[in-house]
Design a protein around this ligand. Structure first.
Ligand code: GLN
Length: 307
């Protein structure tokens, strides 16, 4: 009989620069992660890390960095190099899930060239760079929808900087909106389990599948593939598993098969976390797709996720 670990399942999220980088409801991403963990009996502790705070990677299971105006990004860029760079790189190279939105995303690439002032050197996690075309060129503003893993992500974007990918892999392909640069239809970037995106809004409340994906990555990383921990039941790709007698909602399945270990993120979309009633989230998601004229995508979402 598996021991009941639900009470002790705990994740720690480091919220980088909560005072400097928090635009268009970015804090809503944290609230969503905490709530979706809570509904599965998982405690999500949130620690704010401001300018001047060191980042000890072992203390965290996931990290979030929001967006901000050019003037707020400059001291953050400085601090990323003087205080947090080494810890952040260590976390990223160790596959910690990291979500970076807009201004935070730009500072994880090579550099951000603002409309005015000197270049802001980034950490170079993403092989990409960002240049602001100047105040005379229209900003990339409005609702946006992208294709991610054969599904859609929706959000709101507002950025003057245009990001160009070198070898960095995009997070998704733009269906409607501007994305990285309003030219090549790429949006965001991925490096290991670090995700950069221009989707504000905030992103996660309207995209429950992406929120759960980040939580699953953190649980898999912390509680490990193959090491049985309480209600984490190894699903060895043959689909055999057993449920504990206690409340079903806290069962978590981790796919430990070879296929899962070496495969693309699509595998993680198999249900690892117990499903929640996300009908409101999906209706909001579908209404944004509809507003963007993406009717067949909206219909697919409603058919798939709402009864
Ligand atoms: N200041 C950056 C730009 O304008 C990022 C904006 C943001 O985070 N929303 O591109």
């Amino acid at each position: 009989m598996a021991q009941d670990y639900t009470q002790s399942l705990q994740l720690t999220l480091g919220h980088l620069y909560p005072d400097q980088l928090n635009l268009y409801g970015d804090r809503g991403n944290i609230l969503t992660l905490r709530r979706r963990c809570q509904l599965r009996g998982i405690e999500l502790r949130v620690v704010g890390l401001g300018v001047g705070d060191a980042l000890a990677p072992d203390e965290y299971d996931m990290l979030f960095i929001g967006g901000g105006q050019d003037k707020e990004q400059a001291p953050v860029a400085q601090d990323l190099h003087t205080m947090k760079g080494i810890g952040l790189w260590a976390a990223i190279e160790d596959d910690m899930p990291v979500l970076a939105v807009c201004g935070g995303y730009q500072l994880l690439a090579h550099y951000y060239r603002p409309a005015d002032g000197p270049d802001m050197r980034g950490l170079g996690v993403f092989d990409a760079w960002t240049e602001h075309k100047g105040a005379h060129v229209a900003r990339c503003i409005g609702d946006i929808a992208i294709r991610w893993n054969n599904m859609t992500l929706v959000g709101f974007e507002n950025h003057g900087g245009r990001t160009y990918l070198g070898t960095a892999k995009p997070l998704g392909i733009v269906l409607k909106g501007n994305g990285n640069n309003a030219e090549d239809r790429t949006e965001g970037a991925i490096y290991r389990n670090t995700f950069g995106t221009y989707l504000h809004g905030s992103l996660l409340p309207k995209n429950p599948h992406f929120a759960d994906y980040l939580i699953e990555l953190a649980l898999q990383r912390k509680y490990g593939q193959g090491s049985p921990v309480g209600n984490i039941v190894a699903l060895n790709g043959t689909g055999t598993h057993h449920t504990s007698s206690s409340n079903h909602a806290t069962n978590i399945y981790v796919d430990t098969s070879e296929r899962a270990a070496g495969s693309t993120p699509a595998v993680a979309l198999r249900p690892l976390l117990s499903p929640l009633d996300d009908s409101l989230e999906w209706e909001t998601h579908a209404s944004m797709l509809e507003r963007l004229g993406l009717y067949s995508e909206a219909t697919t979402v409603l058919q798939k996720h709402t009864s």
